[in-house]
Design a protein around this ligand. Structure first.
Ligand SMILES: Cc1cc2nc3c(=O)[nH]c(=O)nc-3n(C[C@H](O)[C@H](O)[C@H](O)COP(=O)(O)OP(=O)(O)OC[C@H]3O[C@@H](n4cnc5c(N)ncnc54)[C@H](O)[C@@H]3O)c2cc1C
Length: 385
């Protein structure tokens, strides 16, 4: 086991950092404020093979793993221009289709997801089923060979950018009549599929949507993977989601810490830079430690995932996501504090991160639900809900 990147991973990191530095936070925030998207960065990252680095070579991907994909997102976020849709399109949807799709489904989706020419959003959350995904009410019924899907989804990111949404619904077991999870690729142009933006107090180029699925008719091959193994398939996609959530947070923490440290080195209030005061230096050192620990757990989770150990990866991915979210919230808060009044100005570009870094404590899985997972699964404590 290695605790450091190998030569190829180091080269990938450097190439992505180079791409990110050409865009940076100024590009990200300009797109966010003008209601635009980060299309140029997305396309360039796709062309360079960064978006599909985890997908099989046979379908246009790079043939590497989640370690490499998370490294790409970490570096872009560290440059101030993290691509949220990477968490969803190549990580969740690409993984699920690569692992469980038919050859036709792989041929249809993966080359586009890898090159970035196709984007797939992911819809699990419902108005009455957020943390409690057992309460999902989006239902798929069979009508001849077709599926007919009805339900509502909320907070779904990037639907306006997407060609399709991988919807987590439920279908009826033919034998028992019980409803069980099933995954469907739903084109955003399908009749009966409509969506509207949710007004969020987040300044980001990727927006969240409310989805309405009103008797959306889908062909038989819209079902991704086995109807009977949907839960295992879902978890195979959610572990990459958590690893990528951690990557976004680690990158954001690095970005904020970098801003704070360069300010602390130069800003003189008394007769030496403010970084000489332990009241400024120690919290930044603490952030550095927290973010290195989170990155290490993220790399462990990705390594386990790439080795095919879904169960161990699940525990590590939850822990990584928790640790990275906490590190990024602390990093941004401490960066704003380090800059004093400048921390709240547009010029220094930190204050808007107060809200966006906070997302990582809630999505894709909340801090409390990670703690529940660890309490029950790692510690064997009883379930309270
Ligand atoms: C910016 C953003 C982007 C998102 N993108 C997507 C997306 O692309 N696709 C998608 O499907 N979803 C997406 N989500 C939804 C996200 O996954 C949910 O918001 C999240 O899972 C929490 O669900 P909820 O908001 O319904 O909160 P709720 O489930 O209503 O929970 C509210 C609070 O209660 C706590 N709580 C609930 N149950 C327990 C318990 N048993 N023990 C302790 N505490 C508990 C929660 O931790 C939380 O703090 C996004 C959300 C945001 C904010």
């Amino acid at each position: 086991m290695s605790f450091t990147d190998n030569d190829e991973q180091r080269a990938l990191r450097a190439a992505v950092a180079d791409l990110g530095s050409g865009y940076g936070y100024s590009y990200y925030i300009e797109r966010a404020r003008s209601g635009g998207r980060m299309t140029e960065l997305w396309q360039e990252a796709g062309k360079l093979g960064f978006l599909g680095v985890n997908l099989p070579e046979r379908y246009g991907g790079g043939g590497a793993g989640m370690y490499e994909l998370s490294l790409v997102l970490e570096e872009l976020a560290a440059a101030g221009c993290g691509l949220l849709m990477m968490v969803v399109s190549p990580a969740i949807c690409g993984t699920v289709i690569a692992r469980f799709g038919t050859d036709e489904q792989r041929q249809h989706w993966l080359p586009g997801l890898a090159s970035g020419s196709k984007i797939m959003a992911f819809g699990i959350t419902e108005p009455d089923a957020g943390s409690n995904s057992h309460a999902l009410t989006t239902v798929a019924r069979r009508d001849g060979a077709d599926w007919v899907l009805s339900g509502r989804k909320i907070y779904i990111s990037g639907v306006d950018e997407a060609d399709a949404v991988l919807i987590v619904g439920r279908s009826q077991d033919a034998r028992t009549g019980r409803l069980k999870p099933a995954l469907f690729a739903v084109p955003t142009t399908a009749p009966g599929f409509t969506y509207q933006p949710i007004e969020m107090e987040l300044v980001t180029p990727d927006r969240q949507y409310l989805l309405f699925l009103d008797d959306v008719r889908l062909p038989a091959d819209a079902l991704i993977g086995e109807q009977d193994a949907a839960l295992a398939q879902l978890f195979a996609g959610l572990n990459p989601e958590r690893i990528m959530g951690a990557a976004m947070s680690v990158g954001t923490a690095r970005y904020a810490l970098g801003k704070a440290v360069s300010y602390a080195r130069e800003r003189i209030v008394w007769d030496q830079p403010i970084g000489a005061h332990q009241g400024i230096a120690h919290p930044l050192a603490q952030v550095k430690i927290e973010l290195e620990l989170a990155a290490l757990m993220m790399q462990k989770a990705a390594t386990l995932y790439d080795a095919g150990d879904d169960k161990a990866a699940g525990e590590a991915a939850n822990m990584a996501k928790y640790a990275a979210a906490e590190a990024s919230v602390h990093a941004v808060d401490q960066a704003v504090q380090t800059l004093g009044g400048s921390g709240l100005t547009r010029e220094y570009g930190l204050a808007s991160l107060l809200a966006t870094s906070r997302v990582s404590r809630i999505a894709p899985v909340s801090r409390e639900m990670v703690l529940n997972f660890v309490a029950q699964n790692s510690l064997g404590l009883p379930k309270s809900y």
